[in-house]
Design a protein around this ligand. Structure first.
Ligand code: SAH
Length: 438
């Protein structure tokens, strides 16, 4: 019998990456080993994202390719996972009818159907495999190679921003028990992971849905104290839920990186209200000012949607101006697309033409490039701390600074997982080049 092999294809957010690794862990426990090309695999694992139309288009083009493969190899097992599948049994049934060549459907963060499928096929699973939705998070093939790991802390979301499909695909907000998260982090550290990124749609709300549970600041302190863990981050933050205690914790806790991901989405109060984000531009800016007063070198990443229903050219210019004022270290720019079931899709006409959305996106991207070129230029000559994540074939290393800047290190002997100091010799808008300091 040919050995069981799987190929993983995943798109979307960090939560999706974390989910995919859990499914991969299960497959490897059942004797599958990873292969880089779908053509060589006996099982295809496709982890999907539907947060924007663009992501959904990618899935359907991948599925066309998979259908062709399956026609030629009827034994090929196809596992479809993530937000396209969602959590609604009726919808999953309809998807099953539409995609008859898919063998297993996995809701986001839930690998139970895959476990059942493997068990039904008598694929050996170790007896001690925990029986929860989220088994051990690192497949053996990555042990010792994964330096950074994403760890879900809050699953789902209950905020219901008018544009956002996540609550409908990932379900309501629920925090995982801190004990479970900490055990998982200790397990990851034992397998070579050195940086942990705690995840949640509004990660700042960690614990609020679990009476008696610790909150995010305490969770971060405990994660940072796990032996072997050198760095900790958390994302995504919502402006309404970042507390002073959280900011102080980031300022005071060794290993907790000075870095915040706080999507603003728009620079106009009218648009923010139509999105039901729950804050004003002034409140957002006041928050950023508080963070920078406490942590002057904090890195800041934000998300902006352009072309939201009703957004005028002048309102878009308000987003442009806000970006110049807050001067972030990264912006994830998205063109609005209506998502099924969301309030905006049902009630707000998608009235900004496609070309105009593209014009706004590319204008903001061009501005970002200029802003980051200027912001990063003074880093030249400075020495920074880098956690080495990987060594490229050329011998070049790469990693990130505490404030999440991507750095390529030209020379040196550092191994992945080591913290090194390196002097920056070139600074571009989206990456830096450095030479190891010693
Ligand atoms: N929970 C996070 C992230 C949600 S999804 C938050 O508080 O915002 C990631 C990003 O995708 C969002 O920040 C938003 O910028 C973008 N996005 C979500 N829905 C979208 C839609 N319908 N159209 C375009 N972009 C969208």
């Amino acid at each position: 019998m040919t050995p069981a092999t799987y190929n993983l294809w995943t798109i979307g957010c960090q939560m999706n990456e974390a989910d995919a690794l859990r499914a991969a862990t299960l497959l490897e426990a059942a004797g599958y080993r990873p292969v880089p090309h779908a053509q060589e695999a006996s099982l295809l694992l496709l982890n999907t994202c539907v947060v924007r139309q663009q992501a959904e288009d990618k899935i359907y083009s991948r599925l066309t390719f998979v259908t062709e493969l399956k026609k030629r190899h009827p034994d090929l097992v196809v596992v479809l996972m993530g937000c396209l599948v969602g959590k609604n049994p009726l919808e999953i049934q309809r998807l099953q009818e539409r995609l008859p060549y898919v063998d297993v459907f996995l809701p986001p963060s839930d690998v139970t159907p895959l476990r059942e499928f493997l068990q039904a096929r008598d694929m050996a699973l170790p007896a001690d495999e925990p029986d929860d939705d989220l088994p051990s998070p690192l497949p053996p093939s990555l042990a010792g190679r994964a330096i950074v790991a994403h760890v879900p802390a809050v699953l789902g979301c209950s905020h219901a921003c008018t544009y956002c499909v996540i609550p409908y695909r990932r379900g309501g907000e629920r925090s995982r028990p801190a004990a479970e998260i900490l055990a998982e982090v200790a397990d990851l550290a034992a397998r070579g992971v050195r940086e942990v990124i705690l995840l949640g749609q509004i990660v700042d709300r960690y614990g609020l849905d679990r009476p008696g549970e610790i909150r995010l600041p305490e969770l971060l302190r405990r994660v940072a104290a796990v032996p072997g863990i050198l760095r900790v981050r958390f994302l995504t933050s919502h402006p309404q839920w970042i507390t002073s205690e959280l900011i102080a914790t980031v300022a005071d806790t060794p290993g907790l990186c000075p870095y915040f991901e706080i999507p603003v989405q728009a620079g106009s109060d009218a648009v923010l209200a139509a999105m039901r984000r729950g804050y004003t531009v002034a409140e957002y800016e006041a928050l950023i000012a508080r963070i920078r007063a406490a942590i002057p070198h904090a890195g800041l990443s934000t998300d902006v949607i352009v072309g939201f229903p009703g957004e005028t050219a002048a309102q878009f210019e308000e987003s442009m101006a806000l970006m110049r004022r807050i001067n972030p270290d990264m912006i994830r720019i998205a063109k609005y697309s209506p998502r099924p079931l969301t309030f905006s899709a049902r009630h707000l006409p998608d009235d900004v033409p496609a070309e105009e959305k593209e014009r706004r996106r590319s204008a903001m991207e061009a501005q970002l490039r200029v802003m980051l070129t200027e912001k990063n230029a003074p880093l030249r000559g400075q020495t920074v701390e880098i956690l080495v994540e990987s060594i490229e074939a050329s011998g070049r290393r790469y990693g990130r600074t505490p404030d999440y800047k991507l750095v390529f290190v030209d020379h040196g002997t550092a191994r992945p997982g080591e913290l090194i100091r390196a002097r920056i010799v070139w600074a571009g808008p989206f990456s830096l080049i450095a030479t190891a300091a010693e």
